[in-house]
Design a binder for this molecule. Sequence first.
Ligand SMILES: *[C@@H]1O[C@H](CO)[C@@H](O)[C@H](O)[C@H]1NC(C)=O
Ligand SMILES: *[C@@H]1O[C@H](CO)[C@@H](O)[C@H](O)[C@H]1NC(C)=O
Ligand SMILES: *[C@@H]1O[C@H](CO)[C@@H](O)[C@H](O)[C@H]1NC(C)=O
Length: 449
Amino acid sequence: MYLLSIPKMYMARNLQRRFLLFLSIIILLSFLFGQTPRTYKSIPAMRQDPTSCPMMISEETITPLQNTKHLLVSAYMDQRVKGLDLRIIGIFRRDSIQPLHCSFCCAGWLSKTSPTTILQHADNFGFPFVTTDVMCQIPTNCNATHVTLLTEPDRLKATNNTWLPISNKKTDENKEKKLEFEFTVCISNLFGDYNNVLQYAQTLEMYRLLGVDRVVIYNTSCGPDLNHLLQSYSQEGFVEMVPWPIDKHLNPSHGWLFSEHGGDVHYFGQLTTLNDCIYRSMELSRYVMLNDIDEIIMPYQHNDLKSLMSTLEQSHPNTGVFPIENHIFPYQHFEPSKRFHLPQWNGVPGVNILEHIYREDPNRNIYHPYKLIVRPESVEQTSVHEVLKRFGQQYKVPPEVCRLIHVRTALRGSLTLKELNVDKRLWDFHEMLIPKVDQVLKRVGLLNT
Ligand SMILES: *[C@@H]1O[C@H](CO)[C@@H](O)[C@H](O)[C@H]1NC(C)=O
Ligand SMILES: *[C@@H]1O[C@H](CO)[C@@H](O)[C@H](O)[C@H]1NC(C)=O
Ligand SMILES: *[C@@H]1O[C@H](CO)[C@@H](O)[C@H](O)[C@H]1NC(C)=O
């Protein structure tokens, strides 16, 4: 479990050793030439001063917490709850949660420790590990740059720990800053050898046509062609790939329910990545959409998301959570004219969403899911289909205004074609969509010519 941090620790020590060697040479040289180098005065501060910090900074998205069974993911300044300044997002083992203490690195010096409030998220679906927030207060006069958690309130122990950099720092500069993005889509984790390239390319281009300007994807692993496609999108900057090596630390479940699927944590840690994505976007993006890659949040009365949201904002002020109803377009039913069964896509692996125009009505007599459009600053904790803790109001958007186009296997497989709705909303975009998809497939060498 701790394997990943060892090479880093080793590297840090190695660096330190090299630095000491370098120092001795300088001192020796200055001795020989009877001259004190100008840098000498600053050198004592670099010695093993136990109150200077930090020593080891994590560069991973998943960092084991020393002396515990827990994993840490990220640390964000978050002053929306009174008396608390900092939120650490982690994946905690539920049966081993102990009191913890925050230790801060205050731009070079080590602070006193402060007590924590540990908040397990309500959704754990029976798995031993659960998304957990650890909240604490930053000491006064501390310009906090890094944080770590200790099992004892002894700050000197922190020198051995791995530290997390603190993001979303409230500085005067940031307050003035304009948001860089309007709409970010956070895609639930990518894992296995998923290689559904055509649907991925079509969906990403569809997002772009609707006004999405950033897509964040947490990547454990994927198939070879999809890897190519995503490398290309991430080079271009539209997609932000976040490495998510959860399988190096836990035995992640392929399913959502412990009693059925087993494993350590729900769906490769999906709940943690969705929460991290919201905080990661909080000072970057006006809206964040939480959905899977086989889903498109589609306005039916507006041409794009911006005009949809400006209408909803006007009719629903003080609202930051907008659930969108899921509608399934089963991919076993094909549109009969084959109008969009295009020859250039014949060799491309994956589903062609333009060929699936039959839509199931959700069974409203039973639970049926939603996906989410949120203002990140209104969300404190989220799950997949609902926000667990929020500030402000929520408004369920009616399906005639916006629905989730979800091309997948049928949910209500017993429905006949006549019982399904014909819905060609995606076709409204075909003139712009097809050339864009061709272009990106060509770029990665997958287009049939
Ligand atoms: C806090 O520390 C950072 C990093 O060392 C520095 O850039 C920033 O100017 C400091 N801010 C204040 C208010 O001292
Ligand atoms: C730091 O770790 C080393 C080796 O793992 C140990 O010998 C030392 O006592 C630790 N120091 C503190 C302050 O915990
Ligand atoms: C996804 O993760 C795998 C496994 O770490 C890696 O080999 C691959 O390059 C990653 N793909 C992208 C596009 O980041």
